[in-house]
Design a protein around this ligand. Structure first.
Ligand code: PLP
Length: 379
């Protein structure tokens, strides 16, 4: 068996022509393709407004600014996320308050969040971990009771459905990632969805230097040389080259989600009789859908070898894996900042998790090979 990388992006053949056309058009940066990508994305997940940006990190930064989070404010956030969810809170001057996760869904635990609310708390940031929807009804109710903003990190949650609605179609400001390893990729890229006109206007303005109105077109035929900077904005725009990668993948979105479901079922089937492997939980809500961005297993204490040894042995067998995530309260910077925070579920989960190769072009034989190795090594 050839080496099985942790991730391989699925790039439809049509992408190569589409990118050539963009390059030939001479319009390499933000242009008409970004608008088309925003519209197609919004139609698929049924969001009223979708604003493309350069990354999910940029999206989160702008979302925090749009909701006027700043110095003196506390924001409750799971430690169990990628560092950029939290770094961007620090960028705007907020004190992040690390919250524990639910042991089944691996998403923010609303009960722990409630315990951590103080007079300074302004917002809760949630992460739909791996494509599993967070417990949004409980979190939204908690937010209403305490007058908090809810911001959703949906970096894993393109096509995640919660109680009949796609993540990103509701009223909370929601941030998506199209980084190279995500289940929809533009190489680098992100999107903000919101039904709040003020937030949308702010993000549109700030992603492009704070220059008012249609400034991207100032070099076009209809463009105007004159522009006005009405706020000190950022350089967070998406390019047309990135956008066409997204446009071409969106045409195959149903095939992609179907294949991910198929692969998840196959992994679960082949690992089901292994008592030392804990499989991902079923989505505990009606009429909901896991996006299967990640397939994360847990290795229990009875396993013949530890999680760390398993990573090494799988590597020797030619299988790439990863760990999502090293909790942020255990990272040097945040340890210094927050002191000794203890999050028992997060720490326990972190020590046992393993993300397996999981992507559209993974074959049945590869899945069988991966599972045979895991079963042999752990029991
Ligand atoms: C990937 C990721 C991000 C950052 O996305 P970028 O597009 O690379 O900025 C943020 N949050 C989570 C949970 C992620 O997995």
């Amino acid at each position: 068996m050839d080496y099985i990388p942790f991730h391989v992006p699925h790039i439809p053949e049509s992408t190569y022509d589409a990118i050539r056309d963009v390059i030939k058009s001479g319009w390499l940066t933000t242009g008409p393709k970004v608008g088309i990508f925003e519209t197609s994305f919004g139609q698929i997940i049924n969001s009223k407004n979708s604003v493309a940006v350069s990354s999910c990190t940029a999206a989160l930064h702008l979302a925090y600014l749009a909701h006027k989070l700043g110095p003196g404010d506390e924001v409750i956030v799971p430690s169990f996320t990628f560092c950029s969810t939290i770094n961007t809170l620090v960028h705007v001057g907020v004190t992040p308050i690390f919250c524990d996760i639910d042991e089944k869904t691996l998403c923010l635990d609303p009960h722990d969040a409630e315990r951590k609310i103080t007079k300074k708390t302004k917002a809760i940031v949630i992460v739909h971990y791996g494509g599993m929807p967070a417990d949004m009804d409980t979190i939204n109710k908690l937010a209403v009771r305490h007058n908090l903003v809810v911001i959703e990190d949906a970096a894993h949650a393109f096509m995640t459905k919660y109680k009949g609605q796609y993540i990103g179609s509701g009223s909370n400001t929601t941030c998506f990632s199209f980084y190279a390893t995500k289940n929809l990729t533009t190489s680098e890229g992100g999107m903000i969805t919101s039904d709040n006109a003020e937030v949308v206007d702010f993000v549109q303005l700030m992603r492009m230097h704070g220059i008012s109105k249609q400034a991207w077109n100032r070099y076009g035929k209809e463009g105007d040389w004159h522009y006005d900077v009405i706020a000190p904005g950022y350089k967070y725009n998406m390019t047309d080259i990135e956008a066409v990668l997204g446009i071409e993948q969106l045409k195959g979105v149903q095939t992609s989600i179907d294949k991910r479901k198929y692969l998840a079922d196959k992994f679960k089937h082949l690992l089901r009789n292994n008592p030392n492997i804990l499989l991902p939980a079923e989505v505990p809500y009606q009429n909901s859908q896991h996006a299967w961005h990640l397939f994360v297993i847990r290795v229990n204490d009875q396993s013949k070898i530890s999680r760390d040894q398993l990573i090494n042995e799988l590597k020797i067998a030619g299988i790439g894996t990863s760990v999502h995530f090293i909790p942020n309260h255990m990272q040097s910077y945040y340890k210094n900042m927050a002191g000794n925070v203890s999050l028992s579920v997060t720490e326990k989960v972190y020590n046992s998790i393993l993300s397996l190769p999981f992507y559209q072009d993974l074959t049945d034989e590869q899945v069988e090979y991966i599972c045979a190795n895991i079963n042999h090594l752990t029991q």
